[in-house]
Design a protein around this ligand. Structure first.
Ligand code: ZN
Length: 416
């Protein structure tokens, strides 16, 4: 007998956690923190955490689809030495959390999987499939037990640079747990190539300005698109030491990724608080490995020749931005729109409103649009679709009328 429980995610984007249990084993897939966690009261937060701690009891292994906090945010609640399976790329991303804060997998037993590789937890067999998403190294999982085949899509899209990878996903599964973040919402997301062209246009529109681009450190494909746009416009991309280390770690797995020490047109700026935090917490190699003597750009460099640079920024580097004396500054938001109005970006927002002559959105979602979801289902041909990672499960019925959709509720178990 196999029991499926979606603990969270049947009517919510983010905070995903799925449990699959047989007579012999219990596995969890993802253990995310809800996206609105910070907006809850302290009592509610305590309740949310203790619910998640409850799900972790007796777990034999956790499978992590990717390095976004709405999928891994509660890993700290797993018992010491619990086996955790993820791709090597995902582990690399999470280890980098450790250079500024804590590596959430430090207390766990890491077991990397490559794409197509399977493992067994008692009578449950799980296979990982790398897919395209805005977090580097994201994967889907096929779970096989009791003669049933269950595919968990994780977060997925087809319009990214590796979008075609969905064609490797297994066909004719019994159940497809399919994410529906953008179901009936975004249509025709631009590709990363298109985003690159939009960056080029924006830089050419104001060639004398210092362009700031806000983008996630984990969206490696986007950083690469931005870097290509910089090269096309003869500009240098300036990144902070944290992102420089993220790129260096990813380049170990994929040598095509540009880094500060290998790419001529990539340099580092050193926000004092970040540099100090990095050196206080770690060995100084995180700074020295960037070869600052050769690769550092200073406040003066930005002020003297703003037209030469594009800066990759985050709200946390505000103090550094405040010290740059440049007249024409522009911001491009290359990130999910919701982050702009978060309470912790308020100071950054008001600085931007005062000091930036132009603010643009150049972004493409990390999630499949309606047509892409249909293509995924056409490829997989599941017997049953189970909506997950969506705030509109009923929309699945509108686009998959011929398929059988099973609507679940959080924490209610079903036998498969
Ligand atoms: Zn994600």
């Amino acid at each position: 007998m196999t029991t499926l429980t979606i603990h969270r995610g049947t009517h919510e984007i983010g905070g995903s956690c799925v449990e699959i249990r047989t007579d012999k084993a219990k596995i969890l897939i993802d253990l995310g923190m809800p996206l609105d966690y910070d907006k809850h009261t302290t009592e509610e937060q305590t309740q949310i955490r203790s619910d998640a701690a409850e799900w972790c009891k007796g777990v034999d292994a956790l499978f992590l689809s990717h390095a976004h906090a709405d999928h891994y945010g509660f890993l700290g609640l797993l018992p010491q030495d619990t086996p955790i399976y993820a791709t090597e790329e995902t582990f690399a991303m999470l280890a980098l959390d450790g250079i500024l804060g804590d590596d959430p997998t430090e207390h766990l037993e890491k077991r990397p999987l490559t794409s197509g590789q399977s493992c067994e937890v008692a009578d449950i067999k799980v296979t990982a499939y790398i897919i395209d998403h805005s977090a580097y190294g994201a994967c889907a999982f096929l779970i096989e037990c009791d003669g049933k085949r269950i595919l968990y899509s994780g977060d997925i899209r087809l319009h990214g640079v590796k979008g075609v990878l969905y064609k490797n996903l297994p066909k004719d599964v019994d159940y497809l747990l399919l994410e529906g973040t953008n179901i009936l919402r975004a249509k025709n997301n631009p590709t990363e190539r298109n985003i690159e062209n939009q960056f080029v246009e924006a830089f050419n529109e104001a060639p004398d300005a210092l362009h700031l681009v806000w983008c996630s450190a984990k969206n490696i494909d986007r950083i690469c698109a931005l870097f290509r746009a910089c090269i096309r416009c003869g500009k240098t991309l300036a990144i902070d030491p944290y992102i420089a280390n993220v790129l260096a770690a990813v380049a170990q797995l994929n040598p095509k990724i540009p880094t500060v020490t290998t790419a001529e047109q990539m340099k580092v700026y050193f926000p004092p608080h970040l540099t100090e935090r990095l050196t206080r917490r770690n060995q100084p190699q995180y700074i020295f490995s960037l070869n600052p003597k050769q690769n550092k750009v200073s406040y003066d460099d930005f002020a003297r020749s703003p037209e030469k640079y594009v800066m990759l920024v985050r709200p946390s580097v505000l103090a550094y931005l405040q010290r740059i004396k440049a007249h024409h500054i522009r911001l491009i938001k290359s990130i999910w729109g919701g982050y702009w109005n978060e309470p912790n970006t308020e100071r950054f927002r008001s600085w931007v409103e005062k000091h930036c002559e132009d603010v643009k959105d150049i972004h493409s979602s990390g999630h499949a649009d309606t047509k892409s979801l249909q293509r995924i289902v056409e490829h997989i041909r599941p017997q049953t679709i189970i909506p997950i990672h969506t705030d509109s499960p009923s929309s699945f019925g509108k686009i998959f009328s011929e398929s059988y959709i099973l609507y679940l509720y959080d924490n209610r178990s079903i036998e498969l």
